[in-house]
Design a protein around this ligand. Structure first.
Ligand code: NAI
Ligand code: NAD
Ligand code: ISE
Length: 342
């Protein structure tokens, strides 16, 4: 079975995903693209030699009966409308994070999907597919060093574009930790507090950078995440789980050791594109394989998108109030439990 994809948003990650579906993965083909910037849509067709229709907007693309699945890689604020339209048209959807920019928007998607009656949506929370995080989860579940007590994380970008605002440290950047950390320890968040440390001279006036986010989970675990998006030196993702008998640390990306001019150097990555390249490949391959095998995607769900949005909303409130903000979720619908857990 070949899944015929229509892509909405052919910017940075849209092009990355088009490239991997076309040239690396198996079971998928790009048959249509659209972008509010029509030049960007036309360019990808030429760049990757696609046999694909260029549509003027997502509505027109979603009417195409030859499309089985939609890949949404537009800006976060545009995701909800495209995902709802795809569900309405009965098409599978792989949506980049965030699923929607508000918890209410994610809930509208959850409700539409439940009404449809089977899972159609997978959210691009690719860290769950990263071998480092998978190894951490296995070590925690295997009780290798006892019960987790604390987690210390850092999410550092070398720099960001000028449209990046203080709340995007949460909704665009921290959102990856929000998703992967509760999955890692199989726990729920209870409250969050956001601290603004001394500001770097490299951040534009409108941006508070770095930020420190502290969570407590329902079982009493404390989690600290530093988000620093003008760190200058590279793209750096850290995660250390402190347990009762020892610690577990996310592996560094392996790289050549360079010995030169009396120094031992390890080159660092500079942006996100290469850091999780295997995880992006795996998430999309899994999306296609599970649809082909079972008729439904099995990766991160619309409900996971909703959890992330509720948590992100609390974090943004905590940025504004400077106080602890509670995080409360409604019960997970049976629809989103795997059959083995019902
Ligand atoms: P980008 O700005 O490079 O590309 C977005 C593209 O979408 C642009 O070409 C824009 O013209 C187009 N677009 C925006 N609204 C649209 C609409 N309503 N209809 C059609 N096209 C539209 O942005 P980038 O970096 O590719 O990010 C896109 C999405 O991917 C975001 O949701 C972002 O959070 C996510 N992302 C995820 C990453 C990950 O690690 N999973 C990494 C980078 C981005
Ligand atoms: P980008 O700006 O490079 O690309 C976005 C593209 O979407 C642009 O070409 C823009 O013209 C187009 N677009 C915007 N609104 C649109 C609409 N309504 N209809 C059609 N096209 C529209 O951004 P990006 O860095 O590729 O990010 C895109 C999405 O991917 C974001 O949601 C971002 O959070 C996510 N992202 C995820 C990761 C990850 O690690 N998972 C990494 C980067 C970006
Ligand atoms: C971007 O959208 C991503 O998703 C990257 O993984 C993240 O590191 C970056 O801060 C975001 O802007």
């Amino acid at each position: 079975m070949t899944i015929r994809f229509g892509v909405i948003g052919t910017g940075a990650i849209g092009r990355e995903h088009i490239d991997r579906i076309t040239n690396t993965l198996s079971g998928g083909r790009i048959v249509a693209v659209t972008d509010v910037n029509q030049d960007a849509a036309n360019q990808v067709v030429n760049q990757f030699g696609l046999d694909a229709v260029v549509y003027p907007d997502d509505k027109a693309l979603l009417e195409d009966k030859n499309i089985d699945a939609v890949l949404v890689a537009s800006w976060g604020s545009a995701h909800e409308a495209s995902v709802l339209g795809a569900i309405e048209a009965g098409k599978y959807v792989f949506c980049e994070k965030p699923l929607a920019t508000t918890a209410e928007g994610c809930m509208r998607i959850v409700e539409a999907e439940m009404k449809h009656g089977k899972r159609l949506v997978q959210v691009g929370f690719m860290r769950r597919y990263d071998s480092g995080y998978v190894q951490l989860k296995e070590a925690i579940e295997g009780n290798v060093v006892g019960e987790p007590l604390m987690i210390h994380c850092a999410h550092r970008n070398a720099d960001v574009h000028e449209r990046y605002t203080t709340d995007m440290a949460i909704t665009d950047t921290l959102i990856h930790e929000i998703d992967v950390l509760h999955w890692l320890v199989n726990d729920d968040y209870k409250w969050v507090e956001v601290i603004f440390p001394k500001k770097t001279k490299h951040a534009l006036d409108h941006l508070q950078d770095p930020q420190m986010i502290i969570f407590e989970t329902k079982t009493g675990l404390h989690i600290s995440v530093e988000v620093f998006v003008n760190c200058k030196f590279g793209y750096d993702i850290q995660c250390e789980v402190v347990c009762e008998e020892g610690t577990l640390k996310l592996p560094e990306v392996p790289n050549v050791l360079v010995k030169k001019e009396a120094q031992l150097r390890v080159p660092l990555l500079m942006d996100w594109k290469l850091r999780f390249i295997d995880a992006y490949d795996k998430e999309l391959q899994d999306f296609m394989d599970s649809i082909a095998r079972t008729g439904q995607p099995q990766g991160p769900t619309a409900w996971d998108g909703y959890i992330a949005a509720v948590t992100a909303d609390a974090c943004v409130r905590a940025q504004q109030t400077g106080k602890r903000e509670s995080i409360s979720l409604i019960d997970k619908p049976a629809f989103y439990y795997p059959p083995s857990e019902i």
